[in-house]
Design a protein around this ligand. Structure first.
Ligand code: ZN
Length: 122
């Protein structure tokens, strides 16, 4: 259920929305169940925005670099070199992943470096 899913995710992030629940009034009037997020303190909303931003960025960082594809890539580590590699399960593109320290120092570079497979479009 959506409410339990959101409540669980918020708990994982250490966030409490005090009025989170089912909007029974809207359900009675329209017959459609809605989830009421309710009011929260500004610091809680700021924390929520930070968590959402991190999640969205993390998802973008691990999406196939081929923008016409954009599915989540599979990550693996080469046991011999320690290099992290990625492979797209949809279009079969593949490449290597910038080391975290380097990626942090060079935000202008794509974290997923393309090596082979279909030509990237970006
Ligand atoms: Zn792909």
């Amino acid at each position: 259920m959506a409410l339990a899913d959101l409540a669980g995710a918020l708990t994982m992030a250490g966030i409490v929305l005090p009025s989170l629940g089912v909007d029974w009034r809207a359900a009675r009037l329209s017959g459609v169940a809605l989830i009421e997020l309710g009011a929260a303190r500004p610091d809680v909303v700021t924390r929520l925005a930070t968590v959402i931003r991190r999640g969205a960025r993390s998802e973008a960082l691990t999406s196939c670099p081929d923008r016409s594809c954009a599915v989540q890539v599979e990550l693996s580590t080469d046991l011999h070199t320690g290099t992290q590699e990625w492979r797209c399960p949809a279009c079969r593109s593949y490449g290597w992943v910038l080391p975290p320290e380097y990626a942090a120092a060079h935000p202008e570079e794509a974290v997923l470096q393309w090596i082979g497979g279909p030509r990237r479009t970006n």
